[in-house]
Design a protein. Sequence first.
Length: 220
Amino acid sequence: MNKLYGYWRSSAAYRVRIALNLKQITVEQLSVHLVKEGGEQHKAAYLALNPQALVPSFVIKDETTAFESDTLTQSMAILEYLDEVYPQPPLLPSSSVARAKVRAMAMSIACDIHPLNNLRVLQYLSNELNINDEKKRTWYQHWIVQGFTALEAQLTQVSGQYCFGDTVSMADLCLVPQVYNAQRFDVDLTPYSNIMRVNTACLDLAAFKDAMPDNQPDAS
């Protein structure tokens, strides 16, 4: 059985959990606590698996031998792999232009918003730059607002029930975890009616609901 190393509150691991649920793929889930004892992601055993010291890591097992054959890192690469190997239901539309638009929305979150608010960035602000919690929260909210303002305008053009039309796509898998983070940090989401409408529609689906951080075994 394949393995997913993640953490209940990791946005990146959350994306992958949703994809696995949508595609009904069973994996062994292993928790890497990102805070306890300085962060288990920094321990030698995990660094051997993922030198970036990030989650998720997706370990592919060779079903013919039961040996671990490869490890994938970076959630977006893992999503692309899952969509190629397990094509139903697809995470990307059929046309080239539509696929590019969905990828662009997904990456606007995964590449532009999320990295600036990731745990290691927040820890650096606190530990190395002596930024207090109030200013750190302001930092967090600033990048969410900037990114969500642009995404809200995009959704006005292309969304239906979900981010792109009426079919769940990779963009939705990125959006929902980012909304969860925004709510954790008290971002005013009132201006983002399209974002919140899509988020609600997604969370009505069992695949999204079951992947929610608070529903994970390692939630604490």
